[in-house]
Write a protein that binds this ligand. Structure first.
Ligand code: NAD
Ligand code: TYD
Length: 334
């Protein structure tokens, strides 16, 4: 199969490319990525000379380039996005451009060339669940996004569905919970905890740290995407969760304990605006219909992630550039 992976130099996209080459010897992959602050070719260093792999620097909002690349593939797997909620609060414009306009450009090319697209989305489109409650998101939950990030992802999902209904475009969507694992950009919660703890720096926990996320190891997410591509029903949406709900404060404590660091490193800071309280996913549909199961439990996944970051300090250092410093100052030193 010829894959056009967009955003393949990011966290999940690079893990997906490695997963596909590990599973399918004859897969052909074109990785199209704009290389924003979050795109990093070092994530794929081990694969850059793979005979069936090609990297192209470009933007999913470029209709001419997307037309050309989509015409040459069998399936588009769309990871390309602006992804960090806090950055979307500081400046939403890029989120609208890439996540909404970019998805539209891809859909037009997919429609024109009668190809298939799998669109990667997030559980954040459903908004917030109550704390201390058993309710979980499923495929019938109404959309109710809170942040500019989740609103832009919600818009992209709606466009995909509209193209399925109106033009019979061959599309599937997955909405996944919070991923963690190797190659996650250093601005997200779990890398922040590990990288601050290793330097005995204070760990910024928003609000009271009571917000709950459903954590999934990135390889399990990649496995789910591969299942949807190979066995999923066209036009359908699949929710993918980690079955591992945990409050932020507990995640911090688990990692500190594993690293042998004191809880006195925890610092409660000003809460995120519009901070969703809780996400939780009911993954019954993908488990029952496609036979999805996970390889990782949270404790094992976190342990391996901590070990990975500690063993890859060079990869981390290269990301601490001017853009990151500027963002960090804006986000944490207000
Ligand atoms: P990431 O920020 O690590 O990577 C995004 C990649 O997209 C980067 O390589 C970036 O350079 C590229 N990109 C951005 N704008 C582009 C453009 N206009 N054209 C081409 N490439 C562009 O993000 P991630 O965590 O790997 O997320 C990938 C996808 O998965 C996103 O669509 C995100 O919404 C979704 N998702 C993420 C999570 C999570 O926990 N990280 C959970 C559910 C869904
Ligand atoms: P994040 O990794 O940004 O993922 P998302 O916002 O997509 O869920 O954040 C995960 C949780 O951790 C979220 O509830 C916000 C919180 N958080 C902190 O408490 N401190 C931080 O420095 C960051 C980045 C996040």
């Amino acid at each position: 199969m010829k894959y056009l992976v967009t955003g393949g130099a990011g966290f999940i996209g690079s893990n997906f490319i490695r997963f596909i080459f590990g599973k399918y010897r004859d897969a052909q992959i074109v990785n199209l990525d704009k290389l924003t602050y979050a795109g990093n070719l070092a994530n794929l260093k081990d694969l850059e000379n793979h005979p069936n792999y090609k990297f192209i620097k470009g933007d999913i909002t470029d209709p001419k380039l997307m037309d050309e690349l989509v015409s040459a593939c069998d399936i588009v797997v769309n990871f390309a996005a602006e992804t960090h909620v806090d950055r979307s609060i500081l400046g939403p414009a890029e989120f609208v451009q890439t996540n909404i306009v970019g998805t539209h450009v891809l859909l037009d090319a997919v429609k024109k060339h009668d190809k298939r697209i799998h669109h990667i989305s997030t559980d954040e489109v459903f908004g917030s669940l109550k704390l201390n409650d058993n309710a979980r998101f499923n495929e019938t939950t109404p959309y109710d996004p809170s942040s500019p990030y989740s609103a832009s992802k919600a818009s992209s999902d709606h466009l995909v569905r509209a193209y399925v209904r109106t033009f019979r475009v061959k599309a599937t969507i997955s909405n996944c919970s919070n991923n963690y694992g190797p190659y996650q950009f250093i601005e997200k919660l779990i890398p922040i905890i590990i990288l601050h703890a290793v330097e005995d720096k204070k760990i910024p926990v928003y609000g009271k740290g009571e917000n709950v996320r459903d954590w999934i190891q990135v390889e399990d997410h990649c496995h789910a995407i591969d299942l949807i591509i190979s066995k999923g029903k066209i036009g359908e949406t699949y929710l993918v969760g980690g079955n591992a709900e945990e409050s932020n404060i507990n995640i911090v404590k688990m990692i500190l304990k594993q690293m042998g660091k004191p809880e006195s490193l925890i610092e409660f800071v000003t809460d995120r605006k519009g901070h969703d309280l809780r996400y939780a996913i009911d993954s019954e549909k993908i488990e029952k219909e496609l036979g999805f199961s996970r390889k990782y439990d949270l404790a094992t996944g976190l342990k391996e992630t901590v070990d990975w970051y500690l063993a890859n300090q060079g990869w981390v250092e290269a990301l601490r550039n001017k853009d990151y410093q500027k963002y960090y100052e804006q986000q944490y030193k207000r």
